[in-house]
Write a protein that binds this ligand. Structure first.
Ligand code: TYD
Length: 138
């Protein structure tokens, strides 16, 4: 479980003069079955979201509208992604610390998740996450 597994996925895009269409199918375009969908919207300028990691959850993040950055860290290295296309998404494997910032006005961040909401799946303490990630990779 490292940053090497996290990647931008190009989704199918059906271009049409009436408006474009994109779809996402579980286990075809993303490597998990979708159990939950949530979205962030009306994010005030300058706000950060996230700042946690998940022990077992897989997620896929799409900028449905506008743009924002997703910063990932696996305990060894850090990488910033800029999401601004509704036909692309970012896959996150478990045990990745993430925060989201640089939201444009009107940005909508949709997250597809492999499990129902479970507070016990969260690492919310950064130092504890880093220690756990380093133990796993030792
Ligand atoms: P949180 O995951 O902390 O948001 P962020 O990723 O921006 O830090 O969730 C914020 C609140 O929403 C928290 O009280 C838990 C609740 N929540 C749910 O009830 N269900 C969900 O699926 C999610 C993602 C959050």
């Amino acid at each position: 479980m490292s940053l090497d597994e996290c990647c931008i996925v190009d989704l199918p895009k059906i271009s049409d003069p009436r408006g474009n269409l994109t779809f996402i199918e579980s286990s075809r375009h993303i490597p998990f079955d979708i159990k939950r969908v949530y979205y962030l919207y009306d994010v005030p300028g300058g706000s950060d979201r996230g700042a946690h990691a998940h022990r077992t959850l897989h997620q896929f993040i799409v900028a449905m509208s506008g743009s924002f950055d997703v910063v990932l860290e696996d305990g060894n290295r850090k990488q910033r992604y800029h999401l601004n296309r509704s036909y692309q998404g970012l896959y996150l494997c478990p045990m990745i610390w993430r925060y989201l910032d640089n939201f444009s006005s009107g940005a909508v961040c949709m997250v597809l998740a492999s499990e129902y909401y479970d507070p016990s799946d969260y690492h919310r303490d950064y130092d504890e996450f880093i220690a756990s990630a380093k133990r796993r990779s030792a």
